[in-house]
Design a protein around this ligand. Structure first.
Ligand code: SAH
Length: 358
């Protein structure tokens, strides 16, 4: 298979061109066609010499994903199922808000972590995505929402970004490079379930916001919800967060906490969370569980969620209670299940809407 030019960040493209004795500005021209302008056929890159255009077109792919299907939520959220060259299907979600539009991208087809409340976790891992496949989620969805500029990017789709770190870092370089998509550092957020040794590595390589999916305040409970906790227990994870030099009051870690009724939504849970996060610059994002037939969990009643939030605030934490988006098209957090290799698109138990209709 041909190499894909989008596997190379603008910086890597310059190095690659230098080896062919081509000047850096030639590489920048290619990057600006590929990324800023989104023109993927090298034969249309009119400011390049004819011969170079032909060589590039012959040697390289420039497209990694095609749109398989698109769904639009009543709230404006758009979910795109995207098909890779090998038939693997992954999902990306665009979430429009008043002052921004956020794109949520996937980093793996499926996910190996098997968090007990997450739909993607039911799939297991099919494979990692390439840098080009990560980047093309932005390229394709941008074409689907021409009326909005995508201002923020979150690595919160299918998969665990830190288990595909090399490709994720290269994609972030392209996202943030002036000749790439020119996203400001703080407009890119990487979320991890807690692959502890790779957190420092990520933040040393690229300037991004860090989000950590915590969801539980005791190891016994987190072992069940996030089995990765058995390898990297709470003390290791929180210890690592305390030692990360890039975190500060201005640049806190975002702690994701999915509220599940009668599982982790009690006052005692909230108090333990306050205690655990003491001394860590953190902002807590509470996400009510998005129910799906593959998991036995439900969101708490609104009063319970508010009480939990109130307890955090009383404890001195900065916290927000997120409103879920795109639930009607299974585009909400933890509902991305994709379609694997053209097989049935459905949940293992799709049709049992009982949970959702509660
Ligand atoms: N693997 C990474 C990236 C995925 S982010 C991580 O775990 O951080 C997806 C976020 O949605 C995570 O915080 C995840 O815990 C959360 N989530 C998963 N399933 C959910 C569900 N059913 N309802 C609400 N949030 C969910």
């Amino acid at each position: 298979m041909k190499a894909n030019l989008k596997d190379l960040s603008p910086g890597a493209l310059r190095e690659c061109f230098a080896r062919e004795r081509l000047p850096a500005w030639r590489a920048d021209q290619v990057a600006s066609w590929l990324y800023a302008r989104g023109v993927e056929d090298p034969r249309a890159w009119t400011d390049l010499p004819q011969e170079l255009r032909e060589t590039l077109a012959e040697r390289y792919e420039t497209r990694a994903l095609e749109v398989a299907s698109v769904e639009r939520s009543v709230d404006g959220t758009l979910k795109a199922a995207l098909r890779a060259r090998d038939g693997a299907v992954l999902e990306a979600v665009a979430i429009p808000e008043e002052d921004r539009t956020t794109l949520c991208v996937s980093t793996q087809v499926g996910c190996p972590l098997a968090c007990s409340f997450c739909a993607t976790g039911l799939l297991g891992l099919e494979r990692n995505l390439s840098t080009a496949e990560i980047i093309d989620q932005l390229a394709r969805v941008r074409e689907l929402v021409p009326e909005r500029r995508i201002t923020n990017l979150v690595f919160m789709g299918m998969g665990e970004p830190l288990l595909n770190l090399r490709a994720v870092i290269e994609a972030i370089r392209t996202l943030q490079h002036a000749k790439g998509f020119a996203f400001a550092p703080r407009r890119v957020t990487v979320s991890t379930a807690g692959v502890v040794p790779r957190i420092a590595e990520l933040l040393a390589a690229v300037p991004v916001n860090l989000a950590v999916s915590l969801h539980a305040t005791t190891d016994a409970q987190r072992d069940v919800l996030v089995p990765l906790n058995k390898r990297f227990p709470l003390a290791d994870l929180l210890g690592a967060l305390r030692r990360i030099p890039q975190l500060s009051r201005r640049h806190p870690v975002f702690v994701e906490y999915t509220l599940m009724a009668d599982v982790n939504d009690g006052t005692d849970d909230a108090r333990r969370l306050v205690a655990l996060l003491r001394g860590i610059p953190a902002k807590v994002n509470l996400i009510p569980m998005n129910p799906h037939p593959g998991a036995p969990y439900l969101p708490p009643a609104p009063e319970v969620a508010s009480r939990f939030m109130g307890e955090l605030v009383r404890g001195g934490l900065v916290a927000t209670l997120r409103r879920s988006r795109g639930g009607d098209i299974d585009a909400a957090c933890g509902q991305l299940a994709g379609r694997r290799s053209g097989r049935a698109a459905e949940w293992p138990m799709r049709g049992e809407r009982a949970l959702r209709d509660r």
